[in-house]
Ligand binder design. Sequence first.
Ligand code: ACO
Length: 436
Amino acid sequence: MADTLTITDNRTGRQYEVPINYGTYEDYGASSPAIDLRKIKGSEEDFGLLSYDPAYMNTASCKSAVTFIDGDRGILRYRGYPIEQLAEESSYLEVAYLTLFGELPTESELAGWTYEILHHTFVHENVKKLMDGFHHDAHPMGMFVSTVAALSTFYPEAREVHDADVRLKQIHRLIAKVPTIAAFAYRHSIGLPYIYPDNELSFTGNFLNMMFRISEPAYDPDPVLERALDLLFILHVDHEQNCSASVMRGIGSSHADPYVSVAGAAAALYGPLHGGANEQVLRMLNEIRTVDRVPEYVERAKKGEFRLMGFGHRVYKNYDPRARILKSMASEVLEVTGRSPLLDLAMELERIALEDEYFVERNLYPNVDFYSGIIYKAMGFPVDMFPVLFAIPRTAGWLAQWLEMLQDPEQKIARPRQVYVGKDERDYQVIEKRGV
Ligand code: ACO
């Protein structure tokens, strides 16, 4: 069997042979180069066929070796490693290294990497002043997006995106400074003084310190919460070509520096259709209020009156593997923070929905957002901080996508085509002749 497609143009009767390309993992993602369609023309003057794909529902924009997802089977792997194993055995910083550089670090590589990250956590005092300028009730995600973009002005050498050493330096800075900016945004929004990083603590221990320390001389993070946050960060590192990763690649493809590119990606994450769903889960659970009202809400969802937030996924048509991991972690966290009625509600909602024919038939399973919001809330994070918490680990994923894009000889500046449906050429009319 030849690995080609034969396309017959019924307008002209001509036939075209188009190659089928395979990815390296079995035949997952077999594709054909869309540019070959351009050869198919109704006449010599014709521009040639374009593929039309709003929202890129069936367009591969790159070849990537970072993250593998099989939504039908509920599989998520970073660089080939199953998310379950990474969640069980690894740490966020190790997973960030793996995602960025392709292999798990050796002991000395991990020590060097951890040192670099933990020693780039401070921000310039002028960054603090910049953040002071935000209004008292500024949304922390708006502050986060703007401040990350502003880092571009502090590190102008970051523009040298083709210099590997310069790139690595900005990667250290970005991964290290995003928790500081996130915590400063939170402290500003509640009028508390900023807490400077403590480089003796772990990555997540320091983040908890910068968020929650009040007057203690040294902050001592709860090990269960420190680990829970680390696990949440592992689960959110990357998810291949989603909306924000595509934005990262799109901005980066013009060779803009990584600070403005990450800021753009974070802006994409800010939207409720992307990073904001866990907030919606909390709002829904608060509205349902008591376990006995769950069946009524499930019925309403079935009638199409509203959607069960945290259920369903564009890619996963099976249990989201990240949701499964978070479900078991939620109980551990709540043992420390105190039992939450929200978790009981969530469990009951999940139990009823998973038995219901409507949800079974449509492959509607809980997604990662179903449990993450409950855990963040139990840990004391306000709902406004949820997208910011997502952006901290996803920064590593965005940078991995950015690095891969810059080093891929097949990539160019991202520039989709359009199907023009406007007016044909017409002559300019002076204003007196345009009528009323
Ligand atoms: N509750 C009730 N019914 C649902 C839900 C839901 N959460 N999700 C999908 N359905 C139903 C639809 O009504 C539709 O039913 P029909 O065939 O009778 O018309 C069917 O399931 C298919 O739904 P689509 O909208 O076509 O599925 P799509 O893949 O486009 O949507 C999405 C995926 C947007 C995530 C959707 O499931 C949803 O809105 N879920 C709730 C919001 C949410 O949790 N988002 C977080 C996603 S995870 C993340 O971004 C990190």
